[in-house]
Design a binder for this molecule. Structure first.
Ligand SMILES: [Zn+2]
Ligand SMILES: [Zn+2]
Length: 372
């Protein structure tokens, strides 16, 4: 409690005080941004997507960097963090077993769960036996306090020294960075379980919140994450802001990461379609005499689902054919071309039906009992 009270109070008083009296240089701010990114990405790419969920494998050098960054973020060692987080996914929204259940309110899920010992946060490492095999994580666990002090005092002081002011380094790269990076992470437990869309599932309170993704290195797509937690991505579209995903992917090009897991597009699209269908059906059911409309919805839904499955099948066949050894026999080439054309046709058909579905959904969202 002392730590989480003193650091924010010190940050909102000492940081501006020094800024107004002496001032920070551009270098001090650059070091601050660098340290923010280092802590944040170590938590999202390391603690979260690598260790808690095992969505990919990482080179020991990268694991060591993430272990240092996690100690810098002062969010406990990987064993505690991943153990809590795995329980969060397993018992999400269960107030007695989810360590930071959003059902207990904003304050509890944001920071309250850390301030006191609740039954839901009892230490139990039985769910992280795999992580306990990693010598890097055992080292971090054993020397956690020393690493915290080095990363939070020695490193910011050194960065400050390089820029000409040890105090400026300690205040910006040390104190302000620590407080901000902690609260940013906690926003995922609080806001990402309260505000946003339930795009893929409503089985948990997790929400997709693109605005939050901007501050959390891509972790704002939390509904997707809770639905497909083994996927190394959180934002799956190219326009989704997910720097954690970009980093993991870029690292795979130079051999620092491998075995990146992705959920199949069929599963993703089926989940999304089902949510849209259920919402539209609920609206329909609320209307009187809407049997024809309901029948139309049902038919379109089944039709689109069928097209999706067909598209996925042809896509797989075409990818298999593409990666298979090409023999010089003419009929094998012929077969390949036929598979490619079937895939293209299925993709075109799917696009048309998706467009019709979108228009139908738009109609349903404008549906009013009096207008019908
Ligand atoms: Zn997670
Ligand atoms: Zn969550």
């Amino acid at each position: 409690m002392i730590l989480f009270t003193v650091t924010p109070v010190a940050a909102i008083t000492l940081v501006p005080l020094y800024g107004f009296t002496i001032g920070y240089s551009a270098y001090d701010w650059a070091a601050f941004v660098l340290m923010m990114g280092f802590c944040g990405i170590s938590i999202t790419a390391g603690y979260h997507r690598l260790w808690s969920h095992k969505t990919y494998k990482a080179h020991p050098a990268l694991r060591a960097i993430f272990a240092l960054g996690g100690a810098c973020a002062l969010q406990n060692d990987v064993f505690h963090w991943a153990s809590d987080h795995r329980r969060h996914h397993q018992h999400v929204d269960d107030n007695d077993r989810d360590p930071y259940s959003a059902g207990r309110g904003f304050w509890f899920s944001h920071i309250g769960w850390i301030l006191r010992t609740y039954p839901s946060s009892t230490r139990d490492f039985s769910n992280i036996k795999d992580l306990q095999q990693d010598p890097i994580l055992r080292f971090q666990h054993k020397h956690y306090l020393a690493l915290v002090l080095i990363m939070n005092i020695a490193v910011p002081a050194f960065l400050g020294y390089l820029g000409g002011s040890v105090i400026a380094g300690l205040l910006l790269s040390g104190l302000l960075r620590l407080v901000l990076s902690q609260h940013v992470t906690w926003l995922i437990n609080s806001i990402a379980h309260m505000w946003g869309r339930q795009t893929y599932s409503d089985k948990s309170s997790a929400r997709d919140n693109p605005v939050l993704a901007l501050f959390t290195y891509g972790e704002g797509y939390h509904n997707y994450h809770h639905t497909f937690q083994w996927d190394y991505r959180n934002g799956i579209r190219w326009w989704h802001f997910d720097p954690t995903k970009w980093l993991i992917m870029a690292c795979s090009w130079v051999g620092l990461t491998r075995d990146l897991k992705r959920c199949s597009p069929l599963m993703i699209e089926t989940a999304r379609l089902e949510m849209q269908y259920r919402h539209a059906a609920e609206r329909c059911d609320a209307l009187a005499n809407a049997e024809t409309l309901r029948a139309r919805l049902e038919a379109e839904y089944q039709d689109l689902k069928h097209s999706l499955e067909l598209w996925a099948k042809h896509r797989q066949d075409w990818y298999d054919a593409k990666t298979s050894e090409l023999h010089d026999q003419i009929h094998e080439r012929w077969e390949k071309l036929a598979l490619r054309d079937s895939y293209k046709q299925a993709r075109y058909q799917l696009k048309l039906k998706q467009q019709r579905w979108r228009e139908l959904m738009q109609g349903f969202s404008n549906l009013r009992p009096e207008a019908y």
